[in-house]
Design a protein around this ligand. Structure first.
Ligand code: HEC
Length: 124
């Protein structure tokens, strides 16, 4: 009785000694998975802006396989492979028959759709 009690005490003490040692590793694992979740959320928002939020919808004019769109008025984005800055610039200011979206989309939405299009068009 006395013996098993003291064994438990020893175990608890050991656990408390180990916990602080594990904590930095746990904190790192948590922060990298949080960053991954952030990036995924940005991709998701970007896809939603591309297919739903932007009016008129990007996919009416652009083909982007990842978004399942087949528009042909504008470039096929997989062929153009624009970087995020180029997408954001076109979305803000418009280009030819492409309307400007500044004022219609928030900065966060423009940034997300630029991130999404540049990644999805490059296949990653
Ligand atoms: C009414 C049709 C139309 C819509 C809607 C449209 N675009 Fe465009 N887009 C065009 C045309 C036309 C061009 C110019 C020719 C080209 O590069 O395809 C263009 C150009 C672009 C370019 C290339 C810019 C450059 O520097 O060459 C990108 C990137 C782009 N559009 C992304 C988008 C995104 C993202 C959306 C939605 C927020 C969108 N477009 C909505 C027609 C459209």
């Amino acid at each position: 009785m006395m013996r098993s009690f003291s064994r438990r005490v020893r175990c608890v003490t050991a656990c408390f000694r180990i916990l602080p040692a594990l904590w930095p590793a746990a904190a790192i694992a948590f922060s990298t998975s949080a960053a991954g979740a952030d990036a995924n959320a940005k991709m998701e928002l970007g896809r939603t802006v591309f297919t739903k939020i932007a009016q008129p919808q990007c996919g009416l004019c652009h083909t982007l396989e990842d978004a399942g769109t087949t528009g042909t008025i504008g470039a096929k984005l997989e062929e153009l492979r624009p970087d995020a800055n180029r997408v954001a610039e076109a979305v803000r200011k418009g280009l030819g028959v492409m309307p400007p979206y500044a004022g219609k989309l928030t900065d966060e939405q423009i940034e997300a759709v630029a991130h999404y299009v540049s990644r999805a068009a490059a296949g990653n």
